[in-house]
Each structure stands twice: as structure tokens, then as C-alpha cells.
Design a binder for this molecule. Structure first.
Ligand code: GCO
Ligand code: MG
Length: 402
């Protein structure tokens, strides 16, 4: 079965997505997600100029060999652009293999290890009463796990807090927005937010919180310690992910579970974190970490060290990544939780999907392949628009992680 066409489709049904579509001489097609928020065209160009020409004529059934060919063959290995491009190819090839076998990809990965996939939703608000209201709505919608983010008094805008509560979208059209940050104000305030949610809703719902790479290790250690009584499911990206040794400091001081890795693309980026058991959840995604072939190796290393998978699932990962993630989530033994932010109706129009939310969980209908596709005619109605993630400065103007 040979690849006869490899096409990159860039569209913006509410937000930008980059999708790879492969076609084989048998007529079977496969899709992969290559979206990198705020830097979309870099991955599109990498695919168009350096990957697609190499794919035409290759045997579509050789998934692992193609992965190794693109990873080792580039010489300049790793990195988010290259790994996202490889991920798209890998997803599309698993999609084709599943269709050729007449099986959902999770069956090719060993079959279901569970009946459905636990997800968490995003509750946020400018103030504690607004946060409580939104946690209540998620609980009312059946969610068993909710991420909680709140505006910080004295800071004009805060990560994770948006006016559109259902479809959080941090990317801005044209130029990056400048935000201001104060770790001191944040640390003074955020424990009271989580405490208020526990007071109102008790301990029956899992609570999660995302620091979004903003603290120093000792600050993160202090926060983890102060949040212990509220038993978070996880504290996410407490410090920048590249500072792996920093997690030793956090771990030494707190038993609050730690999640990290939505920006980490390879198993080598996770090695120290997993092997030294410095984290509890791996947060990367099929799309960031080189596709299903590579993510399942990360998951297997994590399994050995009793670390669980909690894949990134923000709206900048297309429904193609969500479908691929669900196939992995259903199959691996060490699944923890899946992030889920629903896409807009326009996005679902472009990407017909076979997964659905019900009662705090997502599940796939069991269609052959990944269980998702792209409608190219619909995609053509939503042309690309330049968009950037915000940037962040401290109150004195110093650049800080966003
Ligand atoms: C999350 C993430 C996202 C990122 C976004 C960047 O935990 O969902 O932190 O909200 O900010 O994916 O593109
Ligand atoms: Mg995050």
C-alpha cells in the first residue's frame, strides 16, 4: 500500500489548524494534526517542503520505519516543529492502518483497558463567586474533574480566565497581547480560591490547577504545601518544564501531585522526570510528542515508574489529536485523565468525529482508524488568520513565561 498524495490543509474554523492528509493507492486516506499554536505556518512549511515530498511512494504500512526515517533522517532531531510534523505523519499512518485492518486504532494498540475516558473541564472566573458558579455548571454537566483558574486581585488579566467561558481561546489575532504578572500576588491569593471551591463542593469532585510555568521551584514548593489540605488531583506546570532539576526541590517539600509536559516533545525530555519519579502525570500529547508511536513509548516508560498519562487537550489541538489521544487513553494501562475543552461548532463541521462527551467521560464509537476526518470543502471556507499567544511581563517590565 503506497502513499500517493500528501497534502497540508491550513484552515481557521474559529481558530487555526494545520492538518496533514495522506492518500494511498488503495484509496484509503489518513489524517494527522500538525497545529502549533501561534507558529502554525512553520510546521506547515516543514511538512510541505521537507516531509511530503519524501512520503510519496513510501509504503504506508511501515509506521515505525517512517517515524525513524523522519526523526533520524533530519539529522536536526527533536524540537517542537519537527516533532509536530512527525506526529502528523504518524497519526495519519495509524489512521490508515486501522482502516486497512477494519479496526479502531485502540484495538491495534492492544484493545481497551477501560470502558471510557475520564476528562476534566475548565472552570474559570474573574472572582471567586464567578469561579464557584462555573465549577457548579461543570458539576451539573456531570464532570467528575474540573480545572480551576481565577483572576488575581491587582493583576489585569490572568492565564486561564476568559470572557467566553465555554470556549477558552488565548490566541489573539495579528499581534500578541501583553499581560502583566506578579507571583507574589498570585501566591497570596490562589490557595483561597481552591479552599472556597472545596468549601462549596466538598471532596467528591477532582480539582486541578495550572500554574502555566510561572513560578520558581521554591515558590512552587510553597504553593504545593499550602494546597495539600485541598487534595488537588494535580498541580500543573508549576515551573517551566525545561527546568527538570527544579522538580526535585518541589518534590522534597510537598505531596501535592505534579503534572508537566504539554510543551515537551520527546521521551528524552521526560526521562529524568519519570525515572526519578519527580512527577505524577505526563502532560504531553499525541500531537506534540511525535504521534502515537512515540507517545506510547513515553507512556510505557511512565508505566514502569507508576507515572500516569494526562494528555494535553486544549482547543489548539484539533479534533484529530483528540481522537488520536482517546485511542491511546483507552489502550494504555497507566491512563490518568484527559483534558477536554469542547471545540466550536465550526471546528466540528470541518472535522467530523466519532467521539462524544457523556457523564464526565469521552468515548469513541469504534470506527476503523482514528475515528475522525477532515471535510476539505468546509475547511476551504475558513482561511488562515495570523494569531499569537499572549506574552507576559512582570510589573517592572521584565519578560516572564506566559
Ligand atoms: C492547558 C494549556 C493551554 C495552553 C495552550 C497554548 O493546560 O490546557 O496550558 O491552555 O495555554 O494550549 O497553546
Ligand atoms: Mg497547561
Amino acid at each position: 500500500m503506497k502513499i500517493v498524495d500528501a497534502r497540508v490543509i491550513v484552515c481557521s474554523p474559529g481558530r487555526n489548524f494545520v492538518t496533514l492528509r495522506l492518500e494511498t493507492d488503495t484509496g484509503l486516506t489518513g489524517v494527522g494534526d500538525a497545529t502549533m499554536n501561534g507558529r502554525e505556518l512553520a510546521v506547515a512549511a516543514y511538512l510541505e517542503h521537507h516531509v511530503c515530498p519524501l512520503l510519496v511512494g513510501r509504503d504506508a504500512s511501515r509506521i515505525e520505519d517512517t517515524w525513524q526515517y523522519l526523526y533520524k533522517g533530519a539529522y536536526w532531531r527533536g524540537g517542537p516543529v519537527g516533532m509536530t510534523a512527525i506526529a502528523a505523519v504518524d497519526m495519519a499512518l495509524w489512521d490508515i492502518k486501522g482502516k486497512a485492518a477494519g479496526m479502531p486504532v485502540y484495538d491495534l494498540l492492544g484493545g481497551r483497558s477501560r470502558d471510557r475516558v475520564l476528562v476534566y473541564g475548565h472552570a474559570n472566573g474573574e472572582t471567586i463567586p464567578e469561579v464557584l458558579e462555573w465549577v457548579g455548571r461543570y458539576v451539573g454537566d456531570g464532570y467528575r474533574a474540573v480545572r480551576v483558574q481565577c483572576g488575581i486581585p491587582g493583576i489585569a488579566s490572568t492565564y486561564g480566565v476568559s470572557s467566553d467561558k465555554r470556549y477558552y481561546e488565548p490566541a489573539d489575532v495579528d499581534a500578541p497581547t501583553e499581560n502583566t504578572w506578579s507571583s507574589e500576588r498570585y501566591l497570596d491569593f490562589v490557595p483561597s480560591v481552591i479552599e472556597a471551591v472545596r468549601d462549596e463542593y466538598g471532596f467528591d469532585v477532582h480539582l486541578l490547577h495550572d500554574v502555566h510555568h510561572r513560578l520558581r521551584p521554591i515558590e512552587a514548593a510553597q504553593l504545593g504545601k499550602r494546597l495539600e489540605p485541598f487534595r488537588l488531583f494535580w498541580l500543573e506546570d508549576a515551573i517551566p518544564a525545561e527546568l527538570q532539576e527544579g522538580f526535585r526541590i518541589i518534590r522534597r517539600h510537598t505531596t501535592t501531585p505534579l503534572a508537566v509536559g504539554e510543551v515537551l516533545p520527546t521521551i528524552w525530555d521526560f526521562r529524568t522526570l519519570i525515572v526519578e519519579q519527580l512527577i505524577d502525570y505526563v502532560r504531553t500529547s499525541v500531537q506534540r510528542a511525535g504521534g502515537i508511536s512515540h507517545l506510547r513509548k513515553i507512556a510505557a516508560l511512565a508505566e514502569v515508574h507508576h507515572v500516569r498519562l494526562g494528555c494535553h487537550g486544549a482547543t489548539d489541538l484539533s479534533p484529530v489529536t483528540m481522537a488520536a489521544a482517546l485511542n491511546v487513553d483507552l489502550a494504555v494501562p497507566n491512563f490518568g485523565i484527559q483534558e477536554f475543552m469542547p471545540h466550536t461548532d465550526e471546528t466540528y463541521e470541518v472535522f467530523p468525529r466519532s467521539y462524544d462527551y457523556r457523564d464526565g467521560h469521552l468515548d469513541l464509537a469504534g470506527e476503523p482508524g482514528l475515528g475522525v476526518d477532515i471535510d476539505e470543502e468546509a475547511a476551504a471556507r475558513y482561511p488562515y488568520r495570523p494569531a499569537y499567544l499572549p506574552v507576559n511581563r512582570l510589573e517592572d517590565g521584565t519578560m516572564h513565561s506566559w
